[in-house]
Design a protein around this ligand. Sequence first.
Ligand code: AMP
Ligand code: ZN
Length: 137
Amino acid sequence: MSCLFCSIAEKRVPASVVYEDEDTLAFLDVNPMAPGHTLIIPKSHAETILDLEEDKLGLLIEAVASVEKLIFESLKPSGFTWGVNQGKISGQEVPHLHIHLVPRFPGDGGSSFQGLVKNIPKESIKEIAAKINPKNG
Ligand code: AMP
Ligand code: ZN
C-alpha cells in the first residue's frame, strides 16, 4: 500500500521536519494556513484515531504539545488551533492520521472551531448523551 505520510515517516519523501521522536514525526504543511502550520503524525500507519493502537495516542498528543512549545517560543503566536479531519466527509485528504497544529496570530482571518459545522440536533442533549452512553440515561 502506498501512503504519502508513511513515505515521509520513512524519509523516502522529503519534508520540513520540525520534531521527531521514536513514534512521531512533525513537519510543516506544504500548503500552510499560517506561518508554522504543522502536521504531527504517528510513524505507524493508521487512517484515523479509531485505527491507532491505543498506547500510541497519548504519545501523539504529547508530541503535539512539544511542537506547540517549540512554535510558541520561536514564532510567538498569540494562540493555537488544533484540527483533525477524520474521514472523507470531514475533508480528510491524506488517509494517514495527522493533527494540524495552526498557530494563531492577530488579524489572521480565522475563526473558532465552533464555526465549522451547522447541524443543530433535533433530539435533546440528554437523549443524545443516553444514546452515546446508556449509563447517562
Ligand atoms: P487533510 O485534509 O487533513 O487530509 O490535510 C492534508 C494536508 O496535508 C493538507 O493541508 C496538505 O497541504 C498537506 N500535505 C499534502 N502533501 C504534503 C506533503 N508532501 N508535505 C507536507 N504536507 C502535505
Ligand atoms: Zn500511512
